[in-house]
Design a protein around this ligand. Structure first.
Ligand SMILES: *[C@@H]1O[C@H](CO)[C@@H](O)[C@H](O)[C@H]1NC(C)=O
Ligand SMILES: *[C@@H]1O[C@H](CO)[C@@H](O)[C@H](O)[C@H]1NC(C)=O
Ligand SMILES: *[C@@H]1O[C@H](CO)[C@@H](O)[C@H](O)[C@H]1NC(C)=O
Length: 186
């Protein structure tokens, strides 16, 4: 119950609010007079602000467009009050979530600025950002295994590695079976 409440609360605090005003006019005509009544209805819709990376990776195939998409995603991770980071995919629809906002913001900043960070422990995992790949100083991976650029089993995404060891979700992170990997900041 507490965890559920926390989830709703964090989502709401990064929310964008859209206000839509709709006007309805009703015209009543009688034999003696015409009366027009206008009713304004204000509807507020709350949309959660999410920055999502989701790409398909193929066993034994070096990612290419997935690396370009990773660079685009990292560029979107501007400093803002992120409340959570989730790593999931086709092999685990639930995945794992880092809920310490301070750490989520620091990880977003590392990915955005092409910098190493961590490892830091929270929510049962050890999170880190670091270099791993052939694209030199811009080949950053995100891992929850505690070890950058290693084949440790767990949760890792390294789209710019330049070889077939692009990571994996809740399993081997080198030479993994084909799967979709999703990373969400919100
Ligand atoms: C990860 O895999 C293990 C073993 O296959 C499974 O028990 C566990 O529920 C999975 N965790 C998630 C978050 O999917
Ligand atoms: C979040 O992480 C920071 C840095 O490790 C720590 O100081 C803080 O206590 C953590 N907050 C929570 C709520 O665990
Ligand atoms: C980080 O690396 C990416 C990929 O090469 C690049 O597009 C981006 O401009 C770099 N960002 C910074 C802040 O250097």
């Amino acid at each position: 119950m507490f965890a559920l409440w926390l989830q709703i609360s964090t989502t709401a605090s990064t929310a964008l609010t859209t206000t839509v005003t709709t006007s309805t006019s009703t015209t009543t005509t009688s034999a003696t007079s015409t009366t027009t009544t206008t009713t304004a209805t204000t509807e507020t819709t709350t949309t959660s602000s999410m920055i999502i990376y989701t790409e398909s990776f193929i066993n034994s195939v070096t990612p290419s467009s997935q690396c370009t998409a990773w660079a685009t995603f990292c560029n979107l991770l501007v400093t803002q009050s992120y409340m959570s980071l989730t790593m999931k995919g086709s092999t685990s629809s639930t995945g794992i979530t880092l809920t310490n906002s301070t750490l989520v913001i620091a990880i977003a900043n590392a990915l955005h600025t092409n910098a190493s960070y961590g490892p830091v422990s929270s929510d049962g995992y050890s999170w880190a950002v670091g270099i791993c790949g052939s694209s030199g100083s811009n080949s950053y991976e995100l891992t929850a295994t505690g070890t950058v650029c290693s084949c440790t089993t767990g949760y890792t995404v390294r789209p710019c590695i330049g070889n077939q060891n692009w990571g994996g979700i809740n399993g081997t992170t080198c030479g993994s079976a084909s799967q979709t990997i999703t990373v969400i900041f919100q």
